[in-house]
Structures are given as C-alpha cells and as structure tokens.
Design a protein around this ligand. Sequence first.
Ligand code: BG6
Ligand code: MG
Length: 213
Amino acid sequence: KPHAVIFDLDGVIVDTAKHHFQAWKQLADELGFNFTEEDNERLKGVSRMDSLNILLEIGGLNKSESEKQELAARKNKRYVEAISVMDESEILPGVLRFLQELKEHNIPYALGSASKNAPLILKQIGLYEKFNAIVDGNSISKAKPDPEVFLRGAEELSVTPGNCVVFEDAQSGIEAGKAAGMYVVGVGDSAVLAGADDYIRTMEEMTVSRLEK
Ligand code: BG6
Ligand code: MG
C-alpha cells in the first residue's frame, strides 16, 4: 500500500493544455508563425521559460532576455484570463472519486506541478484545501525531469520517496518521478509515454487496490 500519492496538475487533474495551447498560439501568430497542436505536445510538463524557448525555436526566432520576459508575461496574462473562469466542472473524470478513496484509506496526497499558476487553478476548481502539500513552479529551482518537485512533495508529507506513487501525463514528469525513486503511473498513451511502472488512460481506471498490487 502506498504511504502517499503525488499528483501532477496539468493533464492529470485538469485539462489545461488547451488553454496553454491557445495562449501560445496567439503569441506565435503575433510573432508571425504557425504553432500546431502537435507542437504543443512538446510543451507538456515543461516550464514557462523553457516552453517559450521551444516556441521560438519552432518559429526560428532569436530574442534577447528582456524580450523573452515580455513574451512570457504576455502569454501568461492570457493564460491566467482563461483559467480564471475555470470551475470544478473541469476536473477530469475519476479524480474526485479517487481523492475520496485516498482519504478513506488515510493516504495523504500532494501536488507536484511545474506551474506557477497551480494555486490559482486549485482554488478555481475547489481543491486547494484538499491537498496535504502543494509543491509548484513557485517553490522549485529545477524543472522536471529533475526530481526536485517530487522529492519536496515527499518531504512535506514526511514519507520516504520509495513509498510514494506519482501520477504524470508528461514524459519529463515520468522521468522526474523515476529519478526520485518513486512508483510512477503514466496517465495517457503507453505507446507515447515511456518508462512508467503502470499506465492508465484516465483516473477513472485507478483504485487504491490497484496500487496495492
Ligand atoms: C506544466 C504544464 O504543468 O506547467 C506546462 O504542463 C506549463 O505546459 C508549465 O508550461 C508551467 O506553467 P505556468 O502556469 O507556470 O506557465
Ligand atoms: Mg502534466
């Protein structure tokens, strides 16, 4: 039985990829190039600045540090506008049921996200108070695939990493969870996501008894 669970946010608890995509796409339009949904896959789990660097590489553009700050702020302003109107109806299927099950089994759970907007999103969807710990882009110095975010989550829950289960939808996140020495469940297509210990398509497939095996 796991002693604790750590959830990624974007793509696991809530589908924010579409909002990130719209905001990056608008920025690419303004910079004069096309940005596709396929390109957007490369940004999953990647920090805001690293995402901007990938976007600029796709557009074949070079920007100074101060221009990058302005572009990232512009993108984030629009993203925040989009997530500010989110509500609990955007929680992905199976999440609330599984959180309830964890509570019944007295298994604490934390958030381990790259996003600096994680607290706002959790508040919008009504889950902010439910997490025993929140580690997000504001409190970490090394982005996934570095294990920092998950190791901090384990530390804040006072459990050893080997007793934690991580849920991740991004390749960089699966690598981070494995580097932390945790059991990793990939959320998505096992043909696309490599290296996880188990795979589910959505949280609807997950139960505590499945983790006990
Ligand atoms: C991750 C998302 O959770 O957070 C990425 O998967 C995003 O797409 C990253 O770039 C950083 O988010 P934010 O909200 O700090 O710009
Ligand atoms: Mg994610």
